[in-house]
Design a protein around this ligand. Structure first.
Ligand code: GNR
Ligand code: NI
Length: 172
């Protein structure tokens, strides 16, 4: 079990739609251990399995403040079953799009159905940072990135910046 490399734009796997988990077995539990290690090390407040190359609908989140004790949360097969009409704007970042931050508007509150790490079916109504993070991670499971919510100009600029960086690295 270990920290794993995080895939970065323009990695095509980030555009893949992840498959639902049918059973929370030892493989999924081992994946969760790696995901928390990778997420805390990064550091990030959320991680989708596809960001470490695993196309399964598994998400880890910890939105606790730095001074508070850790509060790890597991969301398997998460689904938004309700979203508020009210919208909020958050400055978002993504471990797969390093050093790029932009304001994104999304529903302020969402109700999410999911399985926890013990395979129990649960629902949570989230607001604030958790609501934003859940929507950001569920987007990853559908091959979407937060830049897809920006204007075409901003999105294409961001993609271009990362394609250029990748070309430079390949040329070295
Ligand atoms: O660490 C992260 N911070 C963050 C900030 C605002 C909105 C969403 C996020 S998620 C991000 C980690 C990540 O890329 N998860 O997929
Ligand atoms: Ni992300």
């Amino acid at each position: 079990m270990a920290k794993r490399p995080i895939l970065v734009l323009p990695e095509p796997l980030l555009r893949k739609v992840s498959e639902p988990v049918t059973r929370v077995d030892a493989q999924v539990r081992a994946l969760l251990v790696d995901m928390f290690e990778t997420m805390y090390e990064a550091p990030g407040i959320g991680l989708a399995a596809i960001q470490i190359g695993v196309p399964q609908r598994v998400v880890t989140i910890d939105v606790a403040r730095k001074d508070d004790p850790p509060a790890p949360q597991v969301f398997i097969n998460p689904e938004i079953v309700w979203a508020s009409d009210e919208l909020s704007v958050y400055e978002e970042g993504c471990l797969s799009i390093p050093d790029y931050y932009e304001a994104v508007e999304r529903p302020s509150r969402v109700r999410v159905r999911y399985m926890d790490g013990g395979g129990r079916e649960l629902e949570v109504e989230a607001d604030g940072l958790l609501a934003t993070c859940l929507q950001h991670e569920i987007d990853h499971l559908d091959g979407k990135l937060f830049i897809d919510h920006l204007s075409r100009l901003k999105r294409e600029r961001a993609i271009k910046k990362f394609s250029k960086a990748a070309k430079r690295e390949n040329a070295e």
